[in-house]
Each structure stands twice: as C-alpha cells, then as structure tokens.
Design a protein around this ligand. Structure first.
Ligand SMILES: CC(C)C(=O)C(=O)O
Length: 497
C-alpha cells in the first residue's frame, strides 16, 4: 500500500495530467514540480510506484478505434503536432545495439543461405568487439533451414551477439525455443488501433487479455519474452500501451523473468523534435515507458523504420531518452525503406560515448564487400560509411583542400576506421588539384613523393581530361583509363612515379 503523501502526490499528478489530456488530446509529460515529485516516488518506493501506476493508468477500452486521423489523415501528408512539453534527457549508462538482419532484414529480401547467415553472424561478433556491443541477433525458427542456421551460430559459442528467436506465439513454439536452448524470444503484440481493430478485429480489452495470456504461457515455459509493440507511433500511449506495460511489469515481478519491451516504429512516423506530441514523439514514448510504466531502461529497445528518413536520428533519440537498446539491420536492409542501419548506430554510439568501446569498425567495410561479392548487393553509391562515393570528392576546389589537409574534406580518418582513405574521382570539375590527389592516393605515394598540382605530369593529364569532356563525355573517368594515360604521359616526360 502506498503512503498518504504518495497518494496526495498522485492525486496532484493525476489532476494535472487529466487536465492536460483533455486540453491537448495528448499525454502529460514533464514539468518541474510534478517530475520532481515523481522522481522522489520512483527513487524511494519503486514497488509502490507500480501499484500506483496500476491505479492511475487503466486501459481505455474504446468502442471506436482511435486512429489519430488528426495526425494521420490518410489522404493528406501526416502531420507533426507540438504541445511543447519537454522531456528530460535520460541516457542509460550502458547502451547497445541489437540486430534484426536475419528477421526484419530477411523479411524484405531473398532468404540467406545457412552459410551466409553464419558468415554474417561471425562478422557481427567481430564488429561488436569484446564488450559485445552488438548484443543480440534474432532468428526465425519456422523451417529446418532457419533452425540449422541457429544451431550453426550457437556452435560458434560466442557470448555475443546472443542468439534469440522470433516465433508464432504458441505453446509449441515456446517449447521449441526452449528445446533449442534459447533464453529469449520475440512475440508480436501489435498495439495501435489500426492493428487491434482493423487487422485483429478485436477490442483493446480482448487483445490485452490475449497478449497477457500468451506471455504468461511463454513465462511458464521459462522463456523470456520480448514484446514487439508493433505500430507504437500510431497507438494510444496512455490508453493502451502504458496500462499494458504496467501489466507486463507485474508479470515480470511474479515470474522473476525479464520481459523486454520493443517499441516498434513500424511505419517510421516517429519524430525526435522537442515538444512534439505523442504518439509520434520518440522522447515522449520512452519517457512514458520508463516513468509511467516503470520499465527499466535495460529492458527497452527501439526498432525504427526509415520511411521518413528518420530511422537513425530516432534511434539515437531513443538512447538519449532512456532506451538501452536500439534494434538495427545491416545496411538498413528491411521492410520497405528499411530499418535503422546497424553500421550507422556504431558511429552514433562512438559520438555519444566518446569511444568505440572496442567495436571494430573496419568490419563494416568487410561486410559491405561481402554483401557485394556474395549476395550481389551493391550499396547505393552515396550511402554513408559504405557507398562507393561516401568519401570521394569530385569538385576541384574540394580536392584542392584534401590535397592540402585531408581533414578539411573527410568526416574522420576513414582510412583508419574503415580502411577507406578519402578519394577524388576525376571528371571535368576535378581541376589540377583533383588529378594530383587522385594520383597520390591511387599509387599510395608517400608524402615526400606526392605530385604537385603544378607539376608537368598533372598539367598534361589535365589537357587530356579536358579534351575528353569537350568531346561530350558525361561520365567520370575510370581508374584504368587514367592509369593508361598516366603511363603514356610519364613516358613522354621521361619520369616515373
Ligand atoms: C513486425 C514488427 C515486430 C516489426 O518488425 C515492426 O513493427 O517493424
């Protein structure tokens, strides 16, 4: 039972919250007095808080679906609305990446062979480093081929990425997870009224009861459930998600088995702008889960999609506001526009934490090469970190800068971290500096042997390059064309490089 003081605080909070909700049709977030009171309650009496939340956040069992047509009017572009409620930063001390290359990733392309899965899994292990920052990876268990891949990955004996599963939510499948020797499984618990009413044709109460009974069955088998709250960015956070998560936390207390919450931004509607309203606000959702549903950070993961180009920023935002995990797929390969690219979050991690903590970023280049050679997957050339042009400059003026000091036009030491030193490609806009840089980097010339942009060789090549474009050429020059021409010019000038 909670104390009278806590009850008073809650009455205060509830009054405030209810007024806000009716005023703005959205959730209460933070403001000075209330959050201080909340924090005090959280820090002093966690269990009591959960009891209080239970009283406070009851399921709102609506008769008609709330599909937020004010934010998502289907025949118009979705809207981003603001109530200017600001949520405090709350980055957990430990943050990490989880992987869905073999689940969401594989859903959107031809299946990988068992051998390919094992090779990619090896790479993920190496990339995550000794601290296992690529912490988990999830696998289908549907077919024999899926299960073979799991067995082969388990045989590797790596602690990280931990192999987890994705199954149909049924007793037999929970048993299968257990028999294979896995500890955790993902379970689909779609949470927006789009899914509850239109897809499942149920009420919120019915769906919640169904989910809770399935999760209870999973816990009975001794398996830790990871609840994938599909379409959370179109869901009623306070009317469904939080009451549901409060129930999940109670089950966790009862069974003493961790229950994870994966917040799935299925359609990529999440935004990270301060003061945006839920359900689109990523900070607001994470705040609601940690503060109102009492879910510990280490049990919250964000799963993003890139429909509005926001997958990376939203995932970083989830970290910043209290989710320990971000769920990603390699190169962002996933449904429609894809998921949060795993390699991007490696660099987000390093930027937020000031260290790679042992992650081996050169593996990203190896993986990109593997995907190209083995799977025929060529990265769009301008893709950050892995596209053929990500650190290639064309304009002469930029090449001039690169020649003077690489730091001017390269994002970081890409040679060191990705085995990809910056390059210039030669075209009509490269200028003398571009050609000089190309020669120096292509032939790996030591600094003392660098050719200067005013050298006879560079001037001669420039005449040849200009002539190509005067004849109407529109493409960049290939390496072999340049090598041939440089060879000829060196002969004529009687020099070697
Ligand atoms: C199917 C669900 C879990 C998902 O991946 C998503 O919502 O994006």
């Amino acid at each position: 039972m909670y104390t009278i003081m806590q009850a008073v605080i809650y009455a205060m909070i509830k009054k405030d919250y209810t007024t806000e909700r009716s005023r703005e049709g959205t959730a209460a977030l933070d403001d000075g007095k209330r959050s201080a009171a909340m924090r005090e309650v959280v820090m002093n009496k966690k269990t009591n808080l959960l009891q209080l939340e239970e009283h406070f956040y009851q399921l709102v069992d609506v008769e008609e679906p709330n599909v937020f047509h004010n934010l998502f009017p289907y025949s118009e572009i979705p809207k981003i609305a603001f109530n200017d409620r600001i949520v405090p930063h709350n980055m957990p001390e430990n943050i990490w990446i989880t992987d869905t290359t073999f689940r969401d990733g594989q859903q959107s392309r031809a299946p990988y062979t068992t051998e390919q899965i094992v090779t990619i899994y090896d790479y993920l292990h190496k990339l995550g480093g000794p601290k296992g920052l690529v912490r988990q990876s999830e696998f289908f268990l549907y077919s024999k081929k899926d299960r073979d891949a799991v067995y082969k990955c388990l045989e590797r004996g790596y602690k990280f990425p931990e192999v987890t599963s994705w199954i149909r939510a049924s007793k037999q499948d929970f048993q299968l997870v257990k028999d294979i020797g896995l500890r955790e499984t993902g379970i689909l618990v779609s949470c927006s009224d789009y899914h509850i009413f239109y897809k499942m044709k149920m009420t919120r109460r019915e769906v919640m009861n169904l989910y809770l009974s399935v999760i209870r069955e999973c816990l009975e088998t001794g398996i830790s459930p990871r609840c994938h709250l599909e379409d959370i960015t179109r869901s009623d956070i306070y009317g469904f998600v939080i009451p549901f998560c409060v129930e999940l936390m109670k089950l966790m207390d009862e069974y003493k088995i961790p229950i994870k919450i994966r917040a799935c931004d299925t359609m990529g509607y999440g935004v990270n702008f301060p003061g945006a309203v839920i359900p689109r606000s990523v900070p607001g959702i994470i705040y609601g889960l940690t503060t109102h549903a009492g879910v510990p950070s280490e049990l919250i993961e964000w799963h993003g999609h890139n429909d509005f180009y926001k997958a990376v920023n939203n995932s970083t935002t989830a970290w910043l506001y209290g989710a320990s995990g971000v769920n990603c797929s390699l190169f962002g390969i996933g449904e429609r526009t894809g998921n949060t690219p795993l390699e991007a979050m490696v660099f987000e991690y390093a930027q937020l934490k000031g260290t790679l903590d042992g992650m081996d970023t050169t593996v990203i280049t190896e993986l990109a090469e593997y995907f190209e050679k083995e799977l025929g997957y060529v990265q769009p050339s301008r893709t950050p970190f892995v596209g053929s042009n990500f650190n290639v400059t064309r304009a002469g003026i930029h090449a001039d800068g690169l020649l003077k000091n690489e730091e001017i036009y390269n994002i970081f030491d890409t040679g060191k971290f990705l085995n990809r030193p910056p390059l210039v490609s030669v075209s009509n806009t490269s200028g003398l500096a571009g050609i000089a840089h190309w020669i120096n980097s292509y032939y790996h010339l030591p600094k003392e042997k660098w050719v200067d942009k005013n050298s006879d060789l560079v001037k001669k090549i420039k005449v040849w390059v200009d002539a190509q474009y005067e004849d109407g050429r529109v493409t960049v020059l290939t390496d072999s064309e340049l090598v041939e021409e440089i060879g000829k010019c060196c002969k004529e000038l009687n020099i070697t490089i």
